[in-house]
Ligand binder design. Structure first.
Ligand code: ZN
Length: 170
């Protein structure tokens, strides 16, 4: 039993990621990116990069599972990363994972947002994440909630995302 625990312990790693971005309400429609999907919204996401808060949280959970610190360590807010496509951050973490001969077992994502509402875009976001992570949709959980009007997120002043993943040896 002890050796079995050791075997499992060595082969399953868990990581947590969290990200929040400020948003501002506007009258015009803006295209914001969530999980690699462009969504029309009357809010604007404030960010140095393209502001894809879902991909940032996923990336940090993968880096966390690999004990590799966080996005900011590798992609600081410099000129090179201005307006940068967040897929670059995700691919960096995926490459690190693959080089350790590991693969994603499952991922659980929680989006906290008043605006935009996530449900109308749920399928597209799931498809996009499945494609980007190259894993089956059954291994991805996406949950969306509001903050019930409370706090900055509740006042549509921000979107927050939590991500937890497990990664395993190939
Ligand atoms: Zn971010």
């Amino acid at each position: 039993m002890e050796s079995l625990n050791k075997l499992i312990g060595n082969n399953i790693l868990v990581g947590i990621g969290y990200d929040i971005h400020k948003t501002i309400k506007t009258t015009k429609n803006h295209l914001i990116k969530l999980g690699g999907v462009k969504i029309k919204s009357k809010i604007k996401v404030i960010s140095h990069s393209d502001g894809d808060v879902i991909l940032h949280a996923i990336t940090d959970s993968l880096l966390g599972a690999l004990s590799l610190r966080d996005i900011g360590t590798y992609f600081p807010n410099n000129k090179k990363n201005f307006n940068r496509n967040s897929i670059d951050f995700l691919n960096y973490a995926l490459t690190k994972m693959t080089s350790k001969k590991m693969t994603i077992n499952n991922i659980d994502i929680m989006i906290v947002s008043e605006e935009p509402k996530i449900n109308p875009h749920f399928k597209k976001i799931l498809d996009s994440i499945s494609k980007k992570l190259d894993i089956n949709k059954n291994s991805i959980s996406i949950k969306a909630t509001t903050n019930e009007g409370a706090g900055p997120v509740g006042r549509s002043e921000g979107i927050a995302v939590y991500s937890v993943c497990t990664i395993v040896q190939n």
